[in-house]
Write a protein that binds this ligand. Structure first.
Ligand SMILES: Cc1cc2nc3c(=O)[nH]c(=O)nc-3n(C[C@H](O)[C@H](O)[C@H](O)COP(=O)(O)OP(=O)(O)OC[C@H]3O[C@@H](n4cnc5c(N)ncnc54)[C@H](O)[C@@H]3O)c2cc1C
Ligand code: FES
Length: 289
């Protein structure tokens, strides 16, 4: 006698859920090398529609036969009506595969995912941006959105640091920001070279050049985890409150949508509740920083 095995009923994913898991394929329009390790990729819009993203959000980028990687959207929403940009550092399988692609090739994307910077809360405030290294990639999206609505904000101060002059990203844009009368840009490198005449030292050495009005200042920072502890000390030293300090916590991510647990910090999924958090939200989380 054959007894039919009883299978638990598995619900079919809804259309919305399928969109979470199934990549949409988009064509690469342009690729520009920024440094030896980083390239900026311009992509066509998925199905011709803007991503509708918020600075600080990421997408999962897939290269067929290789895998998927979470990458922050680097273009500002205000400049992403025809295409969008990602800045990718070559570190391993997926990012090397991306670097080997050419304009015209296609990649899969899922997203945008996660919680970005609370742009609306920043209106009317003085803004202090402190990107370190590749952390400029997501903050560039936010900075350019602010610049495109410049009259809505108070002071805009950017402190940007890289390990050496060759690793400074988006040099043309840095020059443009530096030339703007209503943007204050300070650069530093850990180690200069013969051509470097600017500040030498880690990013925290730039804080001595600025004064802020702490009650009206919001800070946004993104960079290597080691940088956060020291930048936070400087921000607290300037009197900026915990709820006005926003940072991006990049964890190992797989699904990007709260299903796999790879990005978990205590009871928080960084891919959904973050990657952008205020310091006030994460200060109680062990191993968050
Ligand atoms: C929210 C978020 C936003 C990100 N934004 C960007 C971005 O704008 N540009 C960019 O270049 N990268 C970004 N990253 C990092 C990027 O996702 C990893 O570099 C990428 O997943 C590595 O994949 P791979 O297959 O090339 O490397 P692998 O072959 O998987 O690994 C190569 C090396 O990278 C390390 N690594 C792998 N995954 C990560 C990770 N998530 N974080 C840190 N180290 C990792 C491994 O330990 C190993 O040493 C972001 C990560 C997150 C979570
Ligand atoms: S990446 Fe899967 S739960 Fe966050």
């Amino acid at each position: 006698m054959i007894i039919a095995a009883s299978h638990p009923t598995v619900a079919e994913p809804t259309l919305d859920e399928r969109q979470l898991y199934l990549p949409t394929f988009v064509r690469i329009l342009d690729i520009k090398p920024l440094t030896d390790l980083e390239k900026v990729f311009t992509f066509e819009l998925p199905n011709g529609r803007p991503l509708g993203h918020r600075p600080g959000q990421f997408i999962e980028v897939s290269v067929l036969g290789v895998g998927e990687a979470p990458i922050s959207i680097s273009s500002s929403p205000s400049r992403s009506n025809k295409s969008f940009e990602l800045c990718v550092r070559r570190v391993g399988d997926v990012t090397s595969a991306l670097h080997s692609l050419k304009p015209g090739d296609k990649v899969g994307i899922r997203g945008p995912f996660g919680r970005g910077f609370p742009f609306e809360k920043f209106r009317g405030k003085d803004l202090l941006f402190t990107p370190g290294g590749l952390g400029l990639a997501p903050l560039r999206s936010l900075i350019n959105q602010v610049i495109d609505e410049r009259a809505m904000f108070g002071r805009v101060v950017i402190l940007y640091g890289a390990r050496n002059p060759g690793e400074l990203l988006f040099k043309d844009e840095l020059k443009h920001w530096d030339e703007m009368e209503d943007v204050e840009l300070y650069l530093t490198v850990d180690r200069g070279d013969d051509s470097w005449t600017g500040n030498t030292g880690v990013i925290t050495t730039l804080f001595r050049h600025i004064s802020v009005y702490p009650r009206n200042t919001v800070a946004a920072t993104c960079g290597p985890p080691i940088m956060y502890r020291f930048v936070l000390m400087e921000l607290f030293g300037k009197g900026i409150s915990e709820g006005n300090i926003w940072l991006s916590l990049e964890r190992r991510m797989k699904c990007g949508v709260g299903k796999c647990g790879h990005c978990q910090i205590n009871n928080v999924y960084a891919c959904q509740s973050g990657p952008v958090f205020s310091y006030k939200e994460i200060k109680g989380l062990e191993e968050a920083l």
